[in-house]
Write a new protein. Structure first.
Length: 149
């Protein structure tokens, strides 16, 4: 079963962690410096708060759908294709304290959506793709989809 993913950027991670822990009635599943994640079953959501220094970048950073297995990820990728949007295939990546495989699209309003499958929790935040780079013909500004959640 897939899980909705919501990533927000917050000015103060400690304050946000207290707020969301109270709102969800649960402590974060993963808590690291500048980062907190809740893997909730009711509602079924992967909710991430990441501390950001840029006041203009506060709020919803991106949305996504997390797959539980490779078949679900394939289905999500097919849905991206059916949405008739440009797909950025990030591939295998390390970000947000996890190893994942993912692709991105932007909806008609410009909101970034990712489809991803996490294979492992890691002890560092990560730097993004580990096996592939964006195509050279894609402008840097077009690649500015959030690489981490």
């Amino acid at each position: 079963m897939t899980r909705l993913h919501v990533s927000v950027t917050v000015p103060d991670i400690a304050q946000a962690t207290r707020f969301y822990a109270a709102m969800f009635g649960a402590e974060p599943t993963v808590e690291r410096p500048g980062y907190a994640k809740w893997m909730l079953d009711d509602p079924r959501v992967n909710f991430v708060a990441t501390e950001g220094r840029n006041a203009d970048a506060q709020g919803v950073a991106h949305l996504g759908i997390q797959a539980d297995d490779a078949d679900e990820l394939s289905t999500l990728y097919s849905r991206f294709d059916a949405a008739d949007a440009d797909v950025y295939e990030e591939g295998k990546t390390e970000c947000c304290y996890a190893r994942s495989e993912k692709s991105w699209v932007k909806d008609p309003a410009g909101m970034a959506w990712e489809a991803f499958l996490t294979s492992e929790v890691i002890d560092h935040f990560g730097e993004g793709p580990v096996t592939a780079a964006p195509p050279a013909e894609v402008e840097a500004s077009e690649r500015r989809l959030p690489g981490c959640c």
